[in-house]
Design a protein. Structure first.
Length: 91
């Protein structure tokens, strides 16, 4: 029932980021999964403000999410906004 936990992959974001990434595939509704992914990227942006441009957008934060997620986010319907021409509205 509980997600196994090891050292956090990102010490600035900590265990919560890892747990959120591991929990995302459990969300069955695509719209909720997309919103949850944006919350994850928002946490990364808050933890790494130097990665965010003046418009609140961060390709580095999305890249980080895609690199450190223990799955391929595309397999769960999550689209990288900078690769698909979408707006980065993660907060």
């Amino acid at each position: 029932m509980f997600i196994e936990q090891t050292k956090p992959t990102d010490f600035d974001c900590g265990y919560n980021l890892d747990l959120m990434m591991k929990a995302l595939p459990r969300i069955s509704d695509l719209a909720e999964r997309e919103a949850y992914a944006k919350r994850i990227v928002g946490l990364i942006k808050q933890s790494h403000p130097n990665w965010v441009d003046s418009n609140g957008k961060s390709e580095l934060a999305w890249n980080y999410f895609y690199q450190h997620a223990p799955y391929n986010p595309n397999d769960f319907g999550i689209k990288h906004p900078f690769l698909h021409g979408l707006d980065d509205d993660a907060r």
